[in-house]
Design a protein around this ligand. Structure first.
Ligand code: KMH
Ligand code: ZN
Length: 271
């Protein structure tokens, strides 16, 4: 089995300080959280920037500052969001791709997102994929619903993304696919052979889906973007604490944890 790639989704666009007092918001806080997650065993950090008031922003300069601050601390893979918040425009969302990060997310379709709609028309998806390809950015294909896999495969046919593909199954968003194990198996069996996949279970789904991914040969995403609790009723102290638990579980289940360079190799990202 491949070594386990752990992604730490540090901040997200939706969580607030009121909900999670230890949520990293400023570039310095995000860089420090990235460093702690890296030391704990994360090889990728998934980043959402916030503005000076703590609101989600896709501003190029803020992402640049975060990227530089993380790179000064550690060799973890910097993976900015192109999903942003549901109200961000296409142009806003695309900005961090211009930094030519090693990876960025590519949401592969539209779904309900709680009481909002997360809009990703085929036209959007193709524009994002094209720009990522031009700049040599590896897409992590975000799948919130089964049909999004078909959308991603249409991009392969059009030459807009290259195999091997890497998927992130985001499971348990209210309005999209559930976080039940049955649905994870369904998604895993629906992607092309030779693809890699990770799973981001939302809220209470995070731990069981992570455990399943370790056993099934997938990879794992944890962090405050997806889940703010360590266990029911107990807030997590940090993103690193959530990473540490996955490392312990992986060791117990006989799976080694990948370094950033090993993750680059597994994901076919040139060094
Ligand atoms: N905040 C969500 C609306 C991504 O990062 O690419 C979208 C999201 C996906 O978080
Ligand atoms: Zn995200």
């Amino acid at each position: 089995m491949q070594k386990l790639i752990i992604t730490a989704a540090l901040t997200g666009a939706e969580v607030t300080r009121e909900q999670q007092p230890n949520l990293p918001l400023t570039p310095d806080e995000i860089a420090e959280a990235a460093y702690e997650a890296y030391k704990a065993g994360a090889s990728i950090v998934h980043i959402h920037a916030r503005d000076k008031d703590g609101n989600p922003t896709q501003d190029y300069e803020v992402y640049k500052e975060i990227k530089e601050k993380i790179e000064a601390k550690c060799p973890v893979i910097f993976q900015p969001s192109t999903g942003g918040a549901v109200w961000h425009s296409l142009e806003e969302r695309l900005q961090p791709v211009e930094l030519k990060p090693e990876m960025a997310t590519l949401s592969a379709g539209t779904c309900n997102f709680g009481s909002d709609v997360f809009m990703n028309s085929q036209e959007y998806i193709e524009k994002f994929a094209k720009r990522m390809k031009e700049l040599g950015v590896k897409p992590e294909i975000e799948v919130f619903e089964r049909g999004m896999i078909n959308n991603a495969l249409s991009l392969v046919k059009k030459g807009l993304i290259d195999e091997p593909l890497h998927f992130d199954f985001v499971m348990g968003v209210p309005g999209a696919i559930t976080g039940e194990l049955r649905d994870l198996i369904y998604l895993v069996e629906s992607i092309p052979k030779g693809s890699t996949w990770t799973v981001a279970g939302i809220g209470r789904y995070e731990l069981p889906l992570a455990t399943a991914a370790i056993i099934l040969g997938g990879h794992v995403r944890v962090g405050f973007e997806d889940n703010i609790y360590y266990r029911k009723g107990e807030l997590a102290k940090s993103n690193a604490q959530l990473v540490e638990r996955i490392v312990r579980l992986a060791h117990e289940l006989g799976r080694d944890v990948a370094t950033p360079d090993e993750a680059r190799e597994i994901l076919s990202i040139p060094k």
